[in-house]
Write a protein that binds this ligand. Structure first.
Ligand SMILES: Nc1nc2c(ncn2[C@@H]2O[C@H](COP(=O)(O)OP(=O)(O)OP(=O)(O)O)[C@@H](O)[C@H]2O)c(=O)[nH]1
Ligand SMILES: [Zn+2]
Length: 350
């Protein structure tokens, strides 16, 4: 394996002393600990793409001086994954000129973190995307046949991460998705329907402006068709990884950040071509419930350790809904919640 294919920073030169600035500490007459260098010269950038240890990052976002830079992870970050959507601090050459390589020295705190495990029995999580605030779940009306359980799994991953899920049903020229969509009525999701000869670009784009939306979907559902329509080639320069060797290679399996850019505003679409499934081994049931704020409030009255499933003794949510406190919508919502909790607790494989 050549060095540029390696995600291992071992054989890369360390930064020399000149790159480490120790911030003066007015309160004490001693320098800050040298294990926490301040990198006063660092600038912030957005991670657009990751390819074998090389990161394409965007500097000066939305300014006239905006440009892409290729960077590598600093040694001290080697155990911390840097993913698409991350805001990172970089030092070194940030001109983005050919052959230059900046260095990522810090990952800024993340607002959200979309994770998955290899399978449902594996509690080891992999991070997929950072800082996304929306997830667009792409599913086809037919070919392949839509499956409620698959969408449920994406929903659980989104709710667990605190990301707002939305649903788009493609290929509506092949089948009517109404029956399928009825399964999600209780969730209050934003739902789009689309067919390749009539993609509602304006409607979908309006919901992407001002947001960072991660697109997920299984193979063949028409996700590429949709992404290509939403992000024409002209906007596509960003997100394609160019390695410092000039052997830039954009594999179809790598996650990329693509800019939505229309007169009404901008946003980011983060496509995840290689992410076909979401193992839920890491999911915390409490996080799913938190996304149902109305039901979560009632759950405070549940017995300790309540599963909130239909057979849970003295479950306050079941009792409130049975008593009609939340109306008909409440029945649908509890149904959906219980289905999602079951999705997680049964940990099925597919
Ligand atoms: N009938 C019909 N076919 C569609 C529609 N959208 C996409 N397709 C077809 O479905 C197939 C899969 O579309 P893609 O956009 O490549 O799907 P994908 O989800 O990106 O799949 P991968 O490339 O495997 O990731 C292609 O043959 C498309 O032409 C649609 O709205 N209606
Ligand atoms: Zn309960």
């Amino acid at each position: 394996m050549s060095w540029w294919e390696s995600d291992d920073d071992e054989d890369e030169p360390e930064f020399d002393e000149a790159d480490i600035r120790v911030r003066p500490n007015p309160k004490a007459n001693r320098p800050r600990t040298k294990t926490r260098p301040a990198y006063a010269q660092a600038i912030t950038a957005r991670v657009l793409g990751v390819d074998r240890g090389r990161y394409t990052v965007l500097v000066d976002e939305n300014l006239e001086t905006e440009h892409e830079v290729t960077a590598a992870r600093a040694r001290e970050l080697r155990k911390q994954p840097v993913v698409n959507g991350d805001r990172v601090d970089i030092v070194g050459d940030s001109t983005g000129d050919d052959g230059t390589l900046a260095r990522i020295v810090r990952i800024q705190p993340r607002t959200t973190l979309l994770r998955r495990s290899a399978d449902d029995t594996d509690a080891i999580e992999r991070v997929v995307v950072a800082n996304a605030d929306q997830m667009l779940i792409v599913v086809a009306a037919a070919n392949p046949e839509p499956r409620v359980r698959l969408v449920d799994r994406y929903l659980v991953a989104a709710y667990d991460a605190g990301i707002r899920p939305m649903l788009v049903v493609t290929k509506t020229d092949l089948a009517d998705p109404s029956e399928f969509l009825a399964n999600f009525a209780g969730l209050g999701l934003t739902v789009f329907t689309s067919r390749s000869d009539d993609i509602p670009l304006d409607i979908i784009t309006a919901d992407l402006i001002g947001h960072e939306t991660v697109f997920v979907g299984h193979s063949g559902v028409g996700k590429s068709t949709l992404v290509n329509a939403l992000v024409p080639d002209a906007n596509r320069a960003t997100g394609v990884v160019n390695t410092v060797t000039g052997r830039g290679r954009h594999t179809s399996s790598s996650t990329v950040s693509l800019r939505i850019d229309v007169p009404a505003g901008r946003g980011w679409a983060i496509d995840t071509p290689g992410v076909r499934s979401f193992g839920l081994g890491h999911v915390d049931t409490a996080n799913i419930l938190k996304s149902f704020t109305d039901l979560d409030a009632i759950a405070q009255r549940c017995p300790r350790g309540c599963t909130h499933l239909p057979d849970a003794p003295d479950c306050a949510i079941n009792e409130a809904v049975a008593a009609g406190e939340l109306g008909e919508q409440g029945v649908a919502r509890l149904d959906s919640l219980q289905r999602l909790l079951t999705t997680f607790s049964e940990r099925p494989t597919f």
